[in-house]
Design a binder for this molecule. Structure first.
Ligand SMILES: Cc1ncc(COP(=O)(O)O)c(C=O)c1O
Length: 353
């Protein structure tokens, strides 16, 4: 990134493929994946299943499609799904959980994204003619709207115990599950072993241009493959998507640590700026949420001034800015971003400076 370039901290989805990924796309061995004949897709799916300690996997177009395919493959229409109140599936997936999957989402609040097993237990009402059948519990790891917070293996196990006791399935939206594994310094299987099935994204911190992967039992994935087809997600020479995915699984996981270090550096720098507050305990992976209410200005003005100063960010809620580190954001960009935020804060609220 040159000094003139914009520092884009809106999301880790803005990462571009590496040269090696582009080369792999160019040379990928291809076939028709709807016929199960794309060798590169098959290889990625086998690798993903092995990495997650599950029987099988399915490449899909996006995280949203992965969640929808998984919801539909885990449930029947009219059933009840327990999830965290800030879950991506509940907030940002265009209501597909109800509009397409026909499910009743049952949101439960939590302070940092990890469901309290006692709340889950309480939400599972007895079977009764008046109630929808509970079918599925969902966890999100890392938790996006809570600021990239990590759910630990023990927390997942506690929810899994409740799910099992009531005959429900447990699903993980693991869009950034490798960030969680890297932050906790555990093999990702520690995070997947207590869930029935999950998805993870290739197109976020792992730098792929497209794609997510659903993982679970062979039976579940066979069903998911058909569900993907009805949603129009059956792809043909999808090896061009799978090829960079293979490189992502081989080479892009360990470097997430760097993104986490940069997020912390960014958070610590921002925390020193007058009128802005950051809860450093919540900065656990590659996201930083900070509160700009102390500046007393409109969110849109803060973001547009920041953009003028060469830094892009998003709002997570009123007065709450979200920044995400990723490949392409180096220490120097973090320092520049901190300076830009400080300049904007001083400009907008000179009395605080
Ligand atoms: C936790 C989580 N789940 C699902 C998604 C959806 O992924 P996509 O944007 O690929 O549809 C996202 C996207 O940011 C996410 O953060």
């Amino acid at each position: 990134m040159s000094t003139k370039e914009v520092i884009d901290l809106r999301s880790d989805t803005v990462t571009l493929p590496t040269e090696e990924m582009l080369e792999a796309i160019r040379h990928a061995e291809l076939g028709d994946d709807v016929f199960g004949e794309d060798p590169t897709v098959n290889r990625l799916e086998e690798m993903a299943a092995a990495k997650m300690g599950k029987e099988a996997a399915l490449l899909v177009t996006s995280g949203t499609q992965a969640n929808l395919v998984s919801l539909m493959s885990n449930t029947r229409r009219g059933e009840l799904v327990i999830l965290e109140a800030e879950a991506h599936m509940y907030w940002y997936e265009v209501g597909g959980i109800s509009a397409i999957a026909g499910l009743l989402p049952w949101p439960l609040k939590s302070p940092l994204g990890a469901l309290d097993p006692r709340d889950v237990e309480a939400a599972i009402r007895p079977r009764n003619i008046h109630f929808p059948e509970p079918a599925l519990i969902c966890v999100e790891n890392t938790h996006n709207r809570h600021g990239g917070t990590v759910i630990t293996p023990n927390q997942i196990k506690a929810i899994s115990d409740v799910a099992k006791a009531h005959g429900l399935k447990l699903y993980m939206d693991g869009a950034r599950v490798f960030n969680a594994a890297v932050a906790l310094k555990v093999d990702v299987k520690e995070l997947t072993k207590h869930v029935d099935n999950l998805m993870f994204c290739l197109s976020k911190g792992l730098s792929c241009p497209v794609g997510s992967v659903v993982v679970g039992t062979r039976e579940f994935i066979d069903k998911a493959r058909k569900t993907r087809k009805v949603l129009g997600g059956g792809m043909r020479q999808a090896g061009i998507i799978a090829a960079p995915g293979i490189i992502a699984l081989e080479k892009m996981i360990d470097r997430l640590e760097e993104d986490h270090r940069n997020a912390r550096r960014l958070a610590v720098g921002i925390a020193k700026i007058e009128g802005i507050s950051v809860n450093l305990d919540v900065v656990q992976t590659n996201m930083v949420l900070f509160d700009v209410s102390g500046l007393g200005v409109a969110d849109e003005l803060f973001l547009s001034e920041l953009k003028e100063n060469g830094v892009l960010a998003l709002m997570n809620a009123k007065n709450k800015v979200r920044m995400v580190t990723h490949r392409g954001i180096e220490e120097e960009h973090v320092e520049k971003a901190i300076t830009a935020i400080e300049n904007v804060a001083n400009e907008l609220s000179p009395s605080l400076a």
